[in-house]
Ligand binder design. Structure first.
Ligand code: 9UX
Length: 71
């Protein structure tokens, strides 16, 4: 089991934003789960296959939010 990828997500205002970001992430092939926290602006993403960081961040950016990997 791999550790989760953590992303900083910017631009979210409400719980619907959270659900939109979670859906954008879980719609990616190879993503097992995505949990987004509005207060901390962090997404915790568990993968079942190798997925590039760029694919994750681009999915979030494509629906109008900011995303960057957190080490
Ligand atoms: Mo809430 Mo977010 O009213 O994309 S859905 S601000």
């Amino acid at each position: 089991n791999n550790p989760p990828v953590i992303l900083k997500i910017t631009g979210m205002s409400c719980a619907s934003c959270v659900r939109r970001v979670e859906k954008a992430l879980t719609d990616i092939e190879g993503v097992r789960t995505a949990e987004v926290n509005l207060s901390t602006e962090k997404a915790t993403v568990f993968l079942e296959d190798r997925v590039s960081l760029a694919e994750l961040t681009e999915a979030v950016e494509s629906i109008g939010f900011g995303a960057q990997p957190v080490d």
